[in-house]
Design a protein around this ligand. Structure first.
Ligand code: HEC
Length: 120
């Protein structure tokens, strides 16, 4: 005997709900809104400093300055010191961002570095 009707409809709608739920969660993770600072970081800095700021990118790992998570600073870890490093760059390894980033973007990326450092 074939069961039809409400039972099947319930199974179908449960399945549909499940698919919707999973895609909603998946989308939320894929489309997570990034802060301005994180966007600037990912687009301009992560390729040398690493996505987490730990300075583990092989090509640049031997410069102590690429690790932005420790408390060792070559050029100073105050906001205004980071700002001038970012504006001027470090010849010949780090480019200057004077012409490519706005003041707002630089402020935001410094905030992002602070958050990577757990607020320090
Ligand atoms: C092409 C690679 C490269 C890119 C891109 C780059 N950096 Fe750097 N950065 C370096 C290197 C290498 C050093 C260390 C230089 C040294 O010690 O001689 C450094 C040093 C620094 C320092 C100084 C750390 C200290 O110890 O004083 C800061 C701050 C910094 N980078 C921030 C940034 C930010 C923010 C961005 C993106 C807007 C960025 N860097 C993009 C390679 C890069």
């Amino acid at each position: 005997m074939r069961r039809t009707g409400r039972g099947e409809a319930a199974v179908v709608s449960c399945g549909t709900l499940l698919v919707l739920l999973v895609s909603a969660i998946g989308c939320d993770q894929l489309m997570r809104k990034r802060s301005l600072g994180e966007t600037v970081w990912r687009d301009n800095c992560a390729r040398c400093h690493g996505i987490d700021g730990g300075g583990t990118v092989l090509k640049y790992a031997h410069y102590p300055g690429t690790n932005l998570l420790d408390d060792h600073w070559e050029n100073g870890g105050e906001d205004f010191e980071m700002e001038s490093t970012i504006l001027e760059g470090i010849f010949p390894t780090m480019p200057s961002f004077d012409e490519t980033l706005s003041g707002e973007e630089i402020k935001a990326v410094i905030e992002h570095i602070r958050s990577l450092r757990g607020g320090r």
